[in-house]
Design a protein around this ligand. Structure first.
Ligand SMILES: C[S@@+](CC[C@H](N)C(=O)[O-])C[C@H]1O[C@@H](n2cnc3c(N)ncnc32)[C@H](O)[C@@H]1O
Length: 194
């Protein structure tokens, strides 16, 4: 396991809970790296819903998926992830958020606290028992710092009887490096499916 990139850690965290045929969500498609990963995990019988507000991001994601022959199992949605529940009603085993702006795109088009919070709450209600939400935070820029400061109290207050919450960060990287939050819905069954 390589820990240099926090986005890889997010993928490691969700990996064991995604089975072939599952429904999963990439809440911030961007260049499509997480969408590609989720599509490979869910397989041809699964379904990945990938959101982004930018057409450019979805075009890049679509190209990547086509190249890897993973496009069949992905629904690309040009809409804010705050509209999650308008598009998805079935239980999901994973939701990935990689907040911030599109690498190589406009820094103005970054995720924002209000919409992220609204989306996160909808994601919680779609999550299966044992399912995982990952959130990569970027406190190194102003909006990312504001987003982190608004999200962390909400996430920290989640009932420990219902959710396990983990927060990971780098200790020896400079300039407010990215951080990862992993939220898993507690399993009530005595059988461990993963
Ligand atoms: C850091 S990038 C995501 C990178 C992506 N996970 C990847 O693997 O390439 C963040 C993305 O969030 C998108 N975004 C901003 N606000 C959003 C919103 N309300 N809903 C969905 N996506 C949003 C941006 O357009 C940008 O493409």
């Amino acid at each position: 396991m390589l820990i240099h990139k926090i986005t890889d850690l997010a993928q490691y965290a969700v990996s064991p809970v995604i089975r072939e045929g599952d429904t999963v969500i990439d809440a911030t498609a961007g260049n499509g790296l997480d969408t590609e990963f989720l599509a490979a995990k869910a397989g041809p019988s699964g379904r990945v819903y990938a959101f982004d507000i930018q057409k450019d991001a979805l075009v890049r994601t679509a190209e990547r998926l086509k190249e890897k022959r993973l496009d069949q199992q992905v629904t690309l949605i040009q809409s804010g992830h705050e509209n999650l529940a308008r598009f998805i009603s079935e239980p999901v085993s994973a939701v990935m958020y990689n907040l911030g702006y599109l690498p190589g795109g406009s820094r103005e088009l970054t995720t924002g606290l209000d919409t992220t919070l609204s989306s996160f709450k909808q994601a919680l209600s779609l999550l299966k028992q044992g399912g995982i939400i990952t959130v990569v935070l970027y406190p190194g820029h102003a909006e990312g710092k504001h987003e982190k400061e608004g999200l962390m109290p909400v996430i920290s207050r989640l009932s420990s009887a219902e959710y396990t919450v983990l927060h990971q960060g780098y200790l020896n990287k400079k300039n407010n490096p990215p951080e990862l939050v992993v939220v898993q819905k507690v399993l009530f069954s005595s059988e461990h499916p993963y």
